[in-house]
Design a protein around this ligand. Structure first.
Ligand SMILES: Nc1nc2c(c(=O)[nH]1)N[C@H]1C(S)=C(S)[C@@H](COP(=O)(O)O)O[C@H]1N2
Ligand SMILES: [Mo]
Length: 210
């Protein structure tokens, strides 16, 4: 019984969300462990590992604030089956960071490190995705502590656990290694459009052996 409107495409929700996701407008903070306190004198952000120079890059809070800034509005998809539509983020583009801290040609993946050792791995091309930000702002104001103040990664095209809150460093890697949730049963890549939720769904070559 067609009313002339387009049928939903298979596996995709009516709102254009990835399959298996429902809208939740309120961005309820979700994380493992406690919210760290920010001490600007002690805070730094580092890029290390397989850099082109083999050296480590470091910015203190004042220096980080001088980096070029950008904005992106993107849906945010958590593996717990909710999506927050149209989240406005502000911060530094991963592509600008990589320009300032060039990786060695052999670097294929990155590990994003948060406070307390939380981590998430991703391919270099996912890290360099066009809307990926090292975000300091949400809705035009600084992040709240629960949402990652002073700095978080936002990788909107992958499930939310890759968007590391309280980001402190990025490690360039030659080859892949699993991060915190990727070692604990979650999918190595985490593409929500393919519902890459769990590690048991991985095919050969999707990630390092568990
Ligand atoms: N450091 C850290 N970052 C984290 C998490 C965490 O437990 N620790 N949880 C992730 C998960 S599962 C999601 S869905 C998002 C939630 O972001 P929000 O709290 O801003 O909604 O943060 C991600 N980043
Ligand atoms: Mo999540």
């Amino acid at each position: 019984m067609s009313d002339g409107t387009e049928a939903e495409s298979a596996g995709t929700g009516p709102s254009g969300l990835p399959p298996g996701q429902a809208v939740r407008r309120e961005h309820k903070p979700l994380h493992y462990g406690r919210v760290p306190s920010f001490r600007p004198q002690r805070w730094d952000f580092r890029v290390f590992g397989a850099t082109e120079s083999l050296g480590t890059y470091r910015w203190d809070w004042e220096e980080f604030a001088e980096l070029p800034r950008a904005r992106e509005v993107r849906d945010f998809h958590c593996v717990m089956r909710f999506s927050v539509p149209d989240v406005p983020w502000g911060g530094v583009r991963s592509s600008d960071l990589v320009r300032l801290a060039p990786p060695a040609p052999e670097a294929t993946h990155v590990m994003a490190w948060g406070e307390y050792g939380y981590s998430a791995n991703m391919r270099m091309d996912d890290f360099l995705g066009d809307a990926v930000l090292l975000a300091t702002h949400r809705d035009g104001v600084p992040l709240t502590p629960e949402h990652g103040f002073p700095l978080r990664l936002v990788v909107p095209h992958l499930y939310g656990w890759k968007s590391v809150k309280w980001l402190r460093s990025v490690e360039y890697m030659v080859g892949d290694r699993r991060g915190f949730w990727e070692e604990r049963g979650y999918h190595n890549r985490a593409d929500p459009w393919s519902e890459e939720r769990f590690s048991h769904q991985e095919g050969p070559g999707d990630g390092p052996p568990l």
